[in-house]
Design a protein. Structure first.
Length: 353
């Protein structure tokens, strides 16, 4: 009888142990499968653009912050290689492989239709950024959004900084003819930032009472190397006549600096040069007076809005508390950067790190 009791209790201990073991491994496995996954497919217009790459890094960091024990976030970055057809194919591949939210910097901002069609068919929301689709395109479906900077403001601010520098230093007008002879390095045909920045910087300078004389406008596709080539040609053509270089972005401004360096110009013999973006290279160029100012393009803010929107869309939450324009567009403000406040920008970055 006693023996039977012992046997019974041994048996129940064994069963209990098995059950605990099963639960431990089984439950663990269950937890793993229950952890939901958010797959964010990021498709760039190119992977060769320093501003876009810096923004993409911010986005990765932001998304990581949304990860929890029950949510894993996988961000995949693909290259559109400056070819809209190829970018469309890349989007198709990403959708085929499985993706929950698309984040796209269009090669050609006037050609989002194929991407929109494919995403809509799979019911995958798209957040466009940096290259702004027109309203008509963004209204094709209610799960399309855009996040970018306020282009007009960037040009206006660049013009204000330049006007201040010109007024403060009469030597900028080298030939003292009362006019500022200038060249302008343009980003890219058809890009809203290139068109609007060019237009608003010139208007602002004129409104500020600066008499301008245009020497040449050159497209350099946002690119440092192309800008260096174009600027070298302009230096050969106009030499000391150039008193001001306005650049649609920092990379091209730095390219202009490189052209002056290679042409043997000392800093004091160069025109004043202005960029836009506030990339690290431009901030140090301001510190050593190679360029005289830039306008901070808030990549941190833009990435922050993209990631928050991605989460809301993924969780099927109604996007609330966004500063939308036309229901789907988010524009972040710019900030002026000159020698007077450049430290703040270097500083705030250090604090973030
Ligand atoms: C930035 C440029 C960048 C371009 C790419 C602009 O907003 O200022 O640096 O090359 O976007 O589309
Ligand atoms: Ca002059």
């Amino acid at each position: 009888m006693e023996r039977e009791v012992v046997m019974k209790s041994k048996w129940s201990i064994f069963v209990l142990a098995c059950w605990v073991l099963l639960c431990l491994t089984g439950c663990g496995g269950n937890l793993e499968t229950q952890r939901s996954v958010l797959r964010v497919g990021v498709v760039l217009y190119t992977q060769d653009d320093p501003f876009i790459n810096a923004l993409t890094d911010c986005l990765r960091e932001d998304l990581e912050e949304y990860e929890t024990d029950s949510l894993k976030i996988i961000m995949t970055v693909r290259d559109g290689k400056n070819d809209q057809r190829l970018q469309d194919e890349v989007v198709e591949e990403i959708l085929d492989a499985g993706c929950d939210i698309l984040v796209v910097d269009l090669v050609d901002r006037t050609e989002p239709s194929n991407i929109i069609k494919m995403a809509k068919k799979e019911n995958i929301p798209v957040i466009f950024f940096n290259r702004e689709p027109v309203l008509e395109d963004l209204m094709q479906w209610d799960r399309l959004y855009y996040v970018g900077g306020d282009a007009k403001q960037s040009g206006t601010m660049q013009g204000e900084i330049a006007a201040e520098v010109i007024r403060a230093d009469p030597a900028v007008d080298r030939n003292a003819d009362g006019k500022i002879q200038y060249v302008l390095l343009e980003g890219e045909t058809g890009h809203q930032d290139a068109i609007i920045r060019t237009d608003s910087v010139v208007k602002t300078l004129q409104e500020q009472g600066i008499t301008l004389e245009k020497l040449s406008y050159q497209f350099a596709n946002w690119n440092r190397g192309q800008a260096e080539n174009k600027m070298t040609q302009l230096i050969h053509l106009y030499g000391d006549e150039i008193e001001l270089v306005l650049s649609n972005n920092d990379e091209m401004a730095i390219g202009a600096v490189a052209a002056y360096e290679a042409s043997g110009y000392q800093k004091e013999d160069r025109p004043v040069i202005f960029g836009i973006d506030g990339l690290d290279s431009a901030l140090s160029a301001i510190q050593n007076n190679s360029i005289q100012g830039t306008v901070y393009n808030d990549k941190e803010g833009q990435a922050g809005q993209i990631s928050r929107l991605a989460m809301d869309l993924f969780l099927d939450r109604e996007p609330e508390d966004y500063d939308f324009e036309n229901e789907r567009y988010i524009f972040l403000p710019y900030q002026k950067v000159t020698a007077a406040n450049v430290e703040e920008f270097l500083h705030s970055k250090e604090e973030v790190q």
